[in-house]
Design a protein around this ligand. Structure first.
Ligand SMILES: [Zn+2]
Length: 404
């Protein structure tokens, strides 16, 4: 497939884009392939990030089609994937309740996934509508009796949603705004369906955290925009919205949660300037910074590949723990395929018995590690490593743990 590159900044439209990170060719990270379709070819695109020199917005360079990302192969990430994510969304619903009364409020969730969060909010008395790009997910949430529609959200879709459901008091968009090919149109759509006194609440990975911890595997084709507080502030302002509250949390190894409102409603109640100043101080809008980051990432790669080769030479079986989207960025970039990695384990029933894209590693149940004598486990789901390591040690107490 021929790659098409973005020529204009998604936030300000400037053509002055500079490459900051290049991870080579990757397929879609959330593309897990059923075994019977193992011969299917994976589309590949260069995984490159650009920094806009004018407004400092950080975005992917290769343009990919959202239909290819979410519709062609059943999307397999579910919010109810683990006890960890379930408890995160439960606490999210509590925070929302502290913020505003949700009984009888109209709530639209974009990227509603399997309807896990909306089913909690529905029980608390809200009138809910889910919007998701994946048919598979829309069907899962309909089974939970959650009113849902399939759509790749943008301004055009917002008109249809408004006609059907009316305006919303609360719009939620967790880990989805950063997936949009057209973030400006996405926000125009939010403005269109949000009540004048409504709240728009969304969270997504915090790019500053990914960088400072060298967790480059948060970068994948499903993620289009890479957010800092400065970038959230500027793109909201450009689209007549503004930050009301902004806060970091530990989900996905470091996320940033924003509550936004329409311009004339509610005064900003955080010291946004202070957070932005801190970000600027880290030099993340400076090209030299990324040269250093790429050097450090490649160094880490060398060390870890050496360690793995060494263990293989000692007859260890190498496996990976956690078949998440980020696992695929990691495995593809490290060139770790089914020659070196025997299998991955994952607790999601939507991932078991599937294969990873490009590297074609099979995904199995945790129980597959019971009888392996010399076992080394790479912790791919590093964001929940504590929990995961405890679990492995219970199943196979001799296992060697390899941290990424
Ligand atoms: Zn820009």
């Amino acid at each position: 497939m021929k790659s098409i590159f973005r020529k204009k900044c998604l936030s300000c439209g400037s053509k002055n884009l500079n490459e900051i990170i290049n991870l080579g060719d990757h397929s879609f990270a959330d593309r897990f392939i059923p075994i019977k379709r193992k011969k299917i070819k994976d589309p590949k695109f260069p995984l490159i990030l650009d920094l806009c020199k004018k407004c400092k917005f950080i975005q992917s360079k290769a343009i990919t089609n959202p239909k290819d990302r979410y519709v062609n192969m059943d999307y397999s990430y579910t919010s109810a994937n683990s006890t960890y994510s379930k408890s995160h969304w439960k606490s999210f619903s509590k925070i929302l309740e502290q913020e505003t009364n949700i009984k009888n409020k109209k709530i639209i969730e974009i990227g509603s996934n399997d309807g896990f969060l909306l089913s909690i909010l529905k029980k608390k008395g809200a009138k809910v509508l889910g919007v998701d790009a994946s048919n598979f997910m829309v069907n899962l949430s309909k089974r939970k009796k959650i009113n849902s529609v399939q759509a790749i959200f943008d301004f055009k879709e917002s008109i249809k949603i408004k006609n059907k459901f009316g305006k919303a008091d609360i719009i939620i968009a967790n880990n989805v705004f950063n997936h949009s090919n057209q973030p400006a149109s996405f926000l125009k759509g939010i403005y269109n369906i949000l009540n004048n006194k409504g709240l728009f609440i969304f969270e997504q990975p915090y790019f500053l955290k990914s960088l400072t911890t060298l967790k480059f595997d948060q970068i994948y084709h499903e993620h289009i925009s890479y957010f800092t507080a400065r970038n959230i502030d500027s793109i909201l302002k450009r689209n007549s919205l503004k930050i009301y509250k902004i806060k970091m949390n530990n989900y996905h190894g470091g996320s940033i949660r924003t509550i936004a409102t329409k311009e004339n409603y509610k005064k900003i109640n955080v010291n946004l300037r202070k957070i932005i100043k801190l970000e600027n101080k880290k030099n993340i809008y400076n090209l030299k910074f990324y040269k250093k980051i790429m050097y450090k990432i490649n160094n880490k790669k060398k060390v870890l590949l050496n360690k793995i080769d060494n263990l293989i030479s000692k007859n260890y079986t190498i496996i990976g723990i956690g078949a998440g989207a980020k696992s695929n960025t990691f495995l593809t970039y490290y060139g770790l395929n089914n020659n070196k990695i025997k299998f991955l384990t994952d607790s999601s029933k939507f991932k078991k018995n599937k294969l990873t894209p490009i590297t074609r590693i099979p995904i199995k149940d945790d129980s597959a590690i019971v009888k392996i004598n010399k076992l080394a486990c790479i912790i791919l789901s590093w964001n929940i490593s504590k929990m995961v390591i405890k679990k492995i040690k219970k199943i196979n107490n001799k296992a060697i743990i390899i941290k990424t």
